[in-house]
Design a protein around this ligand. Structure first.
Ligand SMILES: Cc1cc2nc3c(=O)[nH]c(=O)nc-3n(C[C@H](O)[C@H](O)[C@H](O)COP(=O)(O)O)c2cc1C
Length: 189
């Protein structure tokens, strides 16, 4: 397969966070598209092939309702009451998204935990950079109240946040980063 480095570089460098209030439609994403995105996620490297990850898909009214209720429940546990602002944010984020993924993983004890955190990060990045070809965007959200309290994850899995996905306006695409600070992060030895 002939892969062009220009398009590979562009794909990676144009990856940005797109937030639900920037989504232009919350139309449901075909299951076949979500499956392709998740196959890319599952292609991530993982030491000793522990495949520590698990993704729960919230798409459609019923699933979104379940997520909304759980977010409100967990917010209330941590903060005693749910403010109108918090409730609006939770509802807007879910309603404006086409799908929300709950990111979770199970530590295997075969490798240090940070390695499995890293594998999940690689999996999410794979999915993140795959969105654009489908006209989609998204962002990784890590609200501590939800991560610490949710009961939506299976036993022995740890929640690592939510990933919101929706349709974006490619005409109004965010710019790639500049590399003014390149030498801060890269040194030749
Ligand atoms: C593990 C992880 C957790 C994140 N959690 C949040 C979050 O809770 N809220 C948020 O606004 N952005 C969150 N982000 C997105 C970052 O804020 C975002 O990537 C950063 O601002 C750089 O912007 P870019 O993604 O457009 O390059 C998270 C990103 C990562 C990798």
């Amino acid at each position: 397969m002939d892969l062009n480095f220009d398009s590979t570089n562009a794909l990676i460098r144009l990856r940005r966070s797109y937030y639900p209030n920037e989504f232009i439609s919350n139309e449901e994403i075909d299951a076949s598209v979500l499956n392709e995105l998740l196959k890319n996620a599952l292609s991530a490297p993982n030491h000793k092939l522990t495949k520590p990850w698990k993704f729960l898909i919230f798409s459609g009214l019923e699933a979104k309702k379940k997520l909304r209720e759980e977010m409100l429940r967990t917010f209330e546990i941590q903060n005693k009451n749910v403010t109108e602002i918090a409730q609006n944010k939770i509802e807007t984020n879910i309603n404006k998204s086409s799908a929300v993924l709950l990111l979770s993983l199970k530590y295997s004890d075969l490798v240090p935990q940070w390695e499995e955190d890293a594998s999940l990060g690689c999996a999410v990045e794979n999915l993140w950079i795959s969105l654009r070809s489908y006209g989609l965007g998204g962002y990784w959200s890590s609200p501590s109240y939800f991560i610490n309290q949710t009961r939506l994850v299976s036993d022995s899995y740890t929640c690592k946040g939510l990933f919101y996905i929706g349709k974006i306006d490619l005409e109004a695409e965010k710019p790639a980063k500049d590399f003014d600070d390149f030498s801060t992060f890269v040194s030749w030895i």
